[in-house]
Ligand binder design. Sequence first.
Ligand SMILES: C[S@@+](CC[C@H](N)C(=O)[O-])C[C@H]1O[C@@H](n2cnc3c(N)ncnc32)[C@H](O)[C@@H]1O
Length: 253
Amino acid sequence: MSIIDVNRDSWNKQADRYQKNATFSFDEVDYGNSSCPKEKDLKLIGDVKGKKILELGCGGANCGIALAKQGAKMTCLDLSSEQIKCAQNYAKRENVDIRFITSAIEETSNFESKEFDKVISICAFMYVKDIDKVFQEVNRMLKLGGTFVFSLNDPIFYSVAFGSIWKEDGISDNYFYSGEERWKWLDSDDFDFITYRRPIYEYINFLVDAGFSLERFYEFGSAKQNASEEEIALYKKYPSLMVFKANKVRECN
Ligand SMILES: C[S@@+](CC[C@H](N)C(=O)[O-])C[C@H]1O[C@@H](n2cnc3c(N)ncnc32)[C@H](O)[C@@H]1O
């Protein structure tokens, strides 16, 4: 099975559980953890009224729904048909109109060039192997001057945690590790996820190479639900979530 197939299958299996445990707001954008500063604090996405916005890896589309309520014309994409089903139900319940697409982030060639004013992604890019190619595609889909905002796991926390409190075979504790990790959400699961960890400079250089200028970068310690005392102590000392805001400043050839 390809990496995309493994993650699609696993997200289809865990969509219900993920949505039931989530503490999402459908009225404001958070960057993947409700205990961290939100869009209303950071103002990275900015004014959305009438803007065409693409969300990559939308899950239940809580962020897309919040932006649609503020007048954005949202397109929300996710690999998992089960996550998209949840998102469609939420959108109906919240009374917003969103274009939903079931597709991999890596398969966006059907979108037109310069179709969007803004592209966002919350905690989904760690599932993508060739993130440099995705950044190039985002550049293609964005208008010149368009905004690209995304969050994902911070490699600092994960390298420290895997070197101290979480010992897992085959998962590196080296901050400079750049590559694949295969893991289970719960030890008792019989399905795996495949994610990618990279040092932060790789993201920055891939953005610049793809025609973006980095405008803002934040890191937060964001304790996951049911974290142990040991984990909470680490979350206070090391960042686990990072948020980038970049602007398209040139075409990417
Ligand atoms: C941690 S969840 C985050 C979902 C949502 N953005 C949120 O904040 O709740 C990751 C999401 O990425 C999706 N995903 C994983 N790999 C993907 C890929 N290659 N293409 C598109 N979506 C993907 C999963 O189906 C899942 O919905």
